[in-house]
Design a protein around this ligand. Structure first.
Ligand SMILES: Nc1nc2c(ncn2[C@@H]2O[C@H](COP(=O)(O)OP(=O)(O)OP(=O)(O)O)[C@@H](O)[C@H]2O)c(=O)[nH]1
Ligand SMILES: [Mg+2]
Length: 336
């Protein structure tokens, strides 16, 4: 009989130590999780397994053959400019679940965040903010699931690291006698295969592997920096008054030059642990080896650096941003 790892969903196997689902043969009887999940859970020691994004698209094709409710989880600290793409793949009813509310300043009103998404005019049947870590709005989401369910099956989809498995673990804790504990980590592709979790008599939650966000900065930094880039606590916005020919250095990760415009303010929403220094643009050439992007900004626009966070520029102006080649950057109307 095929046995699946209860942590990541991979099929258990005993002969390929470097492939998903491996368990030492002597552990055959008692092991409920694979060696990789055991190491992540016990030591935070993570082995990267590359998941082809074609598999993610195939999975969406299969979900599209059902009319089951989908929860589309998006890390609100990492909203990319491709939110609408999910509708190209599935016609199911979709609730947009913005995760990790605890990272965004408490002073920001939830309705403001929801309105920002509503203004994009996408076809989500509902939108909610949650924090699985703080058990915030989990009950409200459960009520929405009851309201919109079309069968007992509810799919939980989204990019890697959106917080899908953490959310399901929280649901299990709140609504189930089931004791299973899915593996979670701050590195991509923790969940490897779909997993059906019988929550209670009303719901089967289906955890899924996420879409790898290839141009996210977390894919190109070392493990020490990675730990600091991913915010663990509420972000404290940092405000810098700016004049032209001033620059801001974000360690050796990025640089922003203020080229044209009146006296301005740049507000940083990035992890509190990451250092920012103001320098003279003309005399300091640090980080110029990074890839250059130019932006002409209207008032109150954000420059988003995928995975690092964003910078709100309050007044119109022209800036250059330097960041690692593989990382996507774009501008948007201010998020908060
Ligand atoms: N601050 C904060 N972090 C969270 C929250 N939910 C999840 N995380 C963190 O986000 C990271 C990714 O969580 P996972 O649940 O493994 O994400 P996933 O969507 O299942 O990722 P894949 O399995 O790779 O597709 C982990 O480090 C979690 O601790 C939350 O509510 N707040
Ligand atoms: Mg997962």
């Amino acid at each position: 009989m095929i046995k699946k790892c209860m942590g990541c969903g991979a099929i258990i196997q005993y002969d390929k130590p470097n492939e998903p689902g491996y368990v030492d043969l002597e552990m055959k009887e008692e092991a409920e999780i694979c060696k990789r999940c055991f190491r992540i859970k016990s030591y935070g020691d993570y082995t990267f397994i590359y998941k082809n994004n074609d598999e993610y698209l195939k999975m969406l094709e299969q979900i599209n053959t059902t009319n089951d409710l989908v929860l589309y989880l998006v890390d609100m600290f990492n909203i990319d400019n491709d939110l609408k793409d999910i509708f190209q793949h599935i016609n199911n009813p979709i609730i947009l679940v913005l995760t990790k509310r605890d990272i965004i300043p408490k002073s920001v009103n939830d309705q403001k965040i929801i309105n920002w998404v509503r203004n994009l005019n996408l076809n989500f049947i509902d939108i909610i903010t949650i924090s699985s870590h703080k058990n915030y709005h989990i009950d409200n989401l459960y009520k929405l699931m009851k309201k919109y369910k079309t069968s007992n099956n509810v799919y939980v989809v989204g990019k890697t690291n959106a917080g899908k498995s953490t959310f399901i673990n929280k649901m299990i804790k709140n609504y189930s006698f089931n004791k299973c504990d899915i593996t979670t980590s701050n590195l991509p592709s923790t969940t490897l295969e779909q997993m059906e979790i019988q929550l209670n008599k009303d719901f089967i939650l289906i955890d899924t592997p996420g879409l790898l966000d290839e141009d996210n900065i977390i894919n190109v930094v070392d493990s020490m920096l990675l730990k600091r880039i991913i915010p663990k606590k509420e972000i404290k916005p940092r405000i810098y008054p700016m004049k032209i020919e001033q620059s801001l250095l974000i360690e050796d990760i990025a640089r922003i030059d203020y080229l044209e415009g009146s006296n301005n303010s740049f507000v940083f929403y990035i992890a509190n642990e990451i250092e920012i220094d103001k320098i003279n643009m003309v005399t300091n050439n640090k980080n110029y080896r990074l890839k250059k992007h130019c932006f002409n900004l209207e008032s109150n626009e954000d420059i988003v650096i995928d995975g690092l966070g964003w910078i709100k520029v309050v007044k119109p102006g022209r800036v250059s941003l330097y960041v690692r080649e593989q990382v996507s950057v774009f501008k948007r109307d201010k998020f908060i």
